[in-house]
Design a protein. Structure first.
Length: 609
């Protein structure tokens, strides 16, 4: 049946198997008689739900139990689910408009009545003989497919005999537990995972038996650790960022290994001062025997072995490999602790002013004396606070290396504070203007900034989140030239008409596509238009789009289809991408996912890896 296959769900990825709400019409499903829907939720890079129909209620129960049985030992089994589908705008069951929000209904228990792991064969045997399968259930079946009297939690605290194998993770960074209930992590140490049902905070046990929550992006499953256990491996870092990092370290023989822009390959980036300070990039190649090499004379079975060899022998490289950059920054956590989004005023120490904007002053701060944060002190009356506070709970769960992390809010006092990740180099717009001289000659770095922003936007697009005010002034720059998108979704809560209505003096007209100017119709595709303008800002090192032109003239131009001119220091291929973002009709603009792939291809075509 391979030819007809449209997709597959791996059993290990299933986290939810439940009866679904029957909101489907007979016309929709094309079935004459009765039908009984159920759903299978699984995680494959992101969450998906497969809705299935049984023709009899009893069949539905059999299917649910059968699938749960073969998945009973999965690691990610959820406690809550949505019993009806996401319709593109909201959940059909609870009407919540945020796709990422936790399920609105508690799941049934999956705990199987047998103590040993059931084999798939035994299930198929059972399915072909329903009597036999049914009798293997020790409890009567409840509506929705559960069994009464069993706990619904999916945690494995009790180490019961139903836990056949535990997941062991290794800490990639140190983490200092501050909030009660959290657990500190020590880099390279192992931890046993007890509960990974929440996406961003897992409950783990350390080697001394201490249990607590840790940020899930600080650890990696031991079996999947691969090169990540080595300090010299920097994952997806681009050529340009690796150059900045190594030049900043300024040490002879300092090196990193990174994923090459060609999938599956790796590149060694090495800093040398001879004859002048520069970075050399070498592809790590593989020979016919599967051995790795930098120069064909010295082949090794693995990349770590190869690195070790070249630590002792330059073997044709510009220098022997000596050190790798230390003290690399740890990523931001989704919230400052598990389930924490309300932050206590008294735990924030406010330091210097970072800038001020539309909503008020932004100050650098320390949370509980240790964690760097930025605190946006919201001028009273500038935003609909209650709605925002509600939304903030969800926004803390949006986590991506190219999005400024929202840690939470202080909403008990006025003015309210929005607490986010601190970004050392401030707004991208000012950064571009400040560093115009060095940046304007480094198109690779500019393109890399655009790709980073595109990655953050592709994440928002995937989660049906619209930014509404994407521009260089709303992106921030951190250490190691990392660029992140900030202030996503905030525009919805602004009360100032001058900002929200397209005729208002503060409305970002120069970043708005025709459908926003005409009908205030925002979508991910209106974000794509703004992204094109942002690319233009990047490649002009922070020029004002359309110069001093009045808003009314800009509107007239956009309506006529006149677009921004090609920035001087910009490859034609890059300008072609901007032009795609400025297609007059939103449906003709590419998605961020496509844009990201296109930009990566462009960078491979015009730059060397
Ligand atoms: P508003 O949203 O009120 O217009 P901004 O977000 O534009 O305010 O912030 C104003 C300035 O404060 C920015 O230009 C930037 O220089 C600084 N800033 C804002 N957030 C951060 C942050 N997370 N880290 C560092 N600097 C920041």
């Amino acid at each position: 049946m391979k030819r007809k296959e449209k997709g597959r769900v791996e059993l290990e990825r299933v986290h939810t198997v439940e009866a679904a709400q029957n909101i489907f019409t007979k016309e929709e499903v094309g079935i004459e008689g009765d039908f009984y829907p159920f759903l299978v939720g699984y995680h494959q890079e992101e969450d998906y739900t497969l809705f299935l129909l049984a023709l009899k209620d009893l069949d539905r129960i059999y299917w649910i139990l059968a699938i749960r049985k073969v998945c009973a030992y999965n690691r990610n089994i959820r406690s809550y689910f949505h019993p009806a589908p996401w319709n593109g705008r909201k959940w059909s069951c609870c009407k919540k408009t945020t796709k990422l929000i936790d399920g609105c209904q508690e799941c049934d228990s999956w705990i199987p009545s047998q103590t040993s792991s059931p084999s798939r064969d035994s299930i198929s045997e059972s399915l072909s003989n329903k009597e036999n399968f049914n009798s293997s259930q020790s409890s009567p079946i409840m509506p929705g497919g559960g069994t009464p009297g069993t706990p619904s939690g999916k945690q494995k605290d009790d180490q019961s005999s139903t836990t056949p194998r535990s997941k062991v993770v290794v800490a990639l960074y140190n983490y200092k537990a501050i909030e009660t209930g959290d657990l500190s992590l020590e880099k390279n140490m192992e931890y046993e995972v007890i509960d990974d049902s929440q996406k961003h905070w897992w409950k783990v046990r350390d080697s001394k038996g201490m249990i607590g929550f840790i940020p899930s992006n600080y650890v990696k499953e031991k079996e999947l650790l691969g090169l990540q256990q080595y300090d010299w491996y920097v994952n997806d870092m681009s050529r340009q960022r690796s150059e900045s990092l190594l030049k900043h370290e300024d040490k002879e023989g300092c090196f990193v290994v990174r994923n090459s822009s060609t999938k599956g390959l790796y590149t060694l980036s090495l800093y040398t001062k001879i004859p002048h300070p520069h970075v050399k990039h070498y592809h790590i190649k593989k020979n016919g025997k599967g051995e790795f090499f930098l120069s064909e004379k010295h082949c090794c079975n693995s990349i770590p072995e190869l690195i070790n060899y070249h630590k002792h022998n330059s073997g044709g490289l510009a220098s022997r490999l000596k050190t790798s950059p230390c003290d690399r920054p740890a990523p931001a956590t989704a919230g400052l602790s598990h389930d924490k989004w309300e932050i206590d005023h008294s735990e924030l120490m406010l330091l210097d002013e970072l800038g001020s904007g539309q909503f008020g002053v932004v100050r650098r701060g320390k949370w509980r004396g240790t964690t760097d944060v930025a605190v946006k002190m919201m001028k009273e009356g500038t935003m609909s606070e209650d709605d925002f506070i509600e939304e903030a709970k969800v926004m803390t769960k949006l986590q991506h290396p190219n999005l400024v992390q929202l840690y939470g809010v202080c909403s008990k006092n006025r003015p309210i504070f929005i607490v986010t990740e601190y970004m050392r180099h401030g707004s991208l717009l000012n950064y571009l203007r400040r560093h115009e001289q060095s940046l304007s000659t480094n198109q690779g770095l500019l393109l890399d900034m655009c790709i980073q922003i595109c990655k953050g936007m592709a994440y928002l697009e995937r989660h049906n989140y619209i930014h509404r005010d994407l521009a260089a002034r709303n992106c921030l720059v951190g250490t190691e030239n990392i660029v992140k998108v900030a202030d996503f979704g905030l525009a919805r809560y602004v009360l100032d008409d001058q900002y929200t209505s397209s005729g208002g003096s503060k409305f970002p007209i120069k970043w708005a596509p025709p459908e926003v100017l005409n009908y205030t119709r925002f979508s991910s595709k209106s974000d794509v238009w703004a992204y094109g303008v942002l690319m233009w800002e990047v490649f002009t090192c922070g020029k004002m789009p359309y110069g001093r032109m009045k808003n009314s003239e800009v509107v007239e131009r956009v309506q006529k289809g006149i677009i921004l001119e090609k920035p001087k220091a910009c490859f034609k291929e890059v300008y072609d991408v901007m032009k795609k973002c400025w297609a007059p009709l939103p449906e003709n603009r590419p998605s961020f996912r496509i844009l990201k792939d296109t930009l990566i291809n462009v960078s491979q075509g015009i730059l060397v890896d």
